[in-house]
Design a protein around this ligand. Structure first.
Ligand code: 13P
Ligand code: SF4
Length: 354
């Protein structure tokens, strides 16, 4: 794969230290009750990602919100009538909600909750990348800033990336892909599309270790291996199922295996346990020879979301997402393409071929 200038070579992103909220049982109960009252008063709904703390996932479900992957979070926020959306996740998820719902107030518990993929792909460098390859359509992962989405032709999430790239490839398009090199590589292998890849990576998924995974599989020969495609190729190669967070939860429920080895953020175990009680869930190893994990199977940015800062934003109105109108309008087009594609594909109006 040729990587022509100006693709940055493996941008080095350092994750922040892991600081997760710890609360007593009494504090938890009091905060949840206060948040529920504030949400009702402010016509607010909570949309949480599977990697956030179990308290936030439970609260979202108890209050009529949703816990989901990044594609479904965007869809849910768009369809829901509430005037305030609270997005518990990382910044790009809040921005996507605001892009799709400009008339709504979008709040996040912590605006510093970023993502190593977003950070690795600054809009000016991405624009230069696109300008250097005008013959290619640009496809970006949802884990990017609003400004990068505004420059892109298509936005995809891990749940739909393969289908969209397969479709674009079948239409004869050559592609630029950003920012996750592992997901891009995976999509390229599955679809055979001609793709130039940005070199970003996820600090959580990149830390999964193939050799240690082999050993763990040998110790648990009946276990199915579930892998998020932001993981390295040698880890994906050992997977029984490769998919988005939602697809991996469905696999735990649907497959007959009793044991599962899971290569994604361990926040997902909360929902997996609820979906398939009694099944045994093992974390894919991040340690082992050559381990350098900054995050050890939990995203330090997702961990910035907690009940305390959620209550605070509702009390103060702080941490509202604002996006400049021209960027928002352009980013909306590339996100809308993905949402329209998802509807058309589900309705059987798009032929993907083999
Ligand atoms: P999903 O789209 O599968 O939820 O993934 C988002 C993400 O950030 C994974 O690390
Ligand atoms: Fe970004 Fe990785 Fe965290 Fe997902 S898990 S938000 S890709 S850093």
């Amino acid at each position: 794969m040729s990587l022509a200038f100006p693709v940055p070579v493996r941008p080095a992103i350092v994750a922040p230290p892991m600081v997760e909220e710890t609360l007593s049982a009494d504090e938890r109960v009091a905060l949840k009750s206060r948040i529920k009252t504030l949400m009702q008063q402010q016509d607010a709904v909570l949309v949480a990602h599977y990697y956030t703390h179990a308290d936030l996932q439970d609260l979202a479900e108890e209050t009529g919100g949703c816990v989901s992957d990044s594609l479904e979070m965007a869809r849910f926020a768009h369809a829901h009538p509430a005037r305030t959306l609270i997005v518990a996740g990382v910044k790009f998820m809040g921005e996507t909600s605001k892009i799709l719902n400009p008339e709504k107030r979008v709040l996040m518990p912590d605006l510093a909750a970023d993502c190593s993929l977003d950070l690795a792909c600054p809009a000016d460098a991405f624009t230069a990348f696109c300008d250097a390859h005008p013959d290619r359509l640009s496809v970006v992962y949802a884990n990017t800033s609003a400004a990068v989405k505004a420059r892109a032709d298509w936005v995809v999430t891990s749940g739909i990336a393969v289908k969209i790239v397969k479709y674009l490839h079948s239409q004869g398009h050559k592609l630029l892909w950003a920012p996750d090199r592992h997901l891009g590589d995976y999509v390229q292998r599955v679809t055979g599309a001609d793709m130039l890849l940005w070199q970003g990576s996820c600090v959580v998924h990149e830390a999964f270790k193939a050799e240690a995974l082999k050993k763990l599989r040998a110790e648990h020969p009946g276990a199915a291996v579930l892998v998020h495609p932001e993981s390295p190729e040698a880890v994906i190669a050992q997977a029984d199922v490769v998919g988005s967070t939602t697809q991996l939860i469905h696999a735990v429920h649907d497959l007959p295996n009793r044991e599962f080895i899971v290569a994604t953020d361990n926040g997902i175990f909360h929902k997996m346990r609820a979906a398939a009680p009694g099944k045994i869930l093992l974390e894919a190893p991040t340690a082992g020879e050559g381990a350098t994990c900054q995050s050890c199977a939990h995203c330090p940015w997702m961990a910035m979301n907690g009940l305390k800062n959620l209550a605070r934003v509702l009390e103060t109105g702080a941490n509202e997402i604002h996006i400049e109108a021209s960027i928002r309008a352009k980013a909306r087009l590339s996100i809308q393409r993905m949402l329209d594609f998802a509807i058309a594909e589900k309705a059987g109006r798009i032929q993907l071929g083999d």
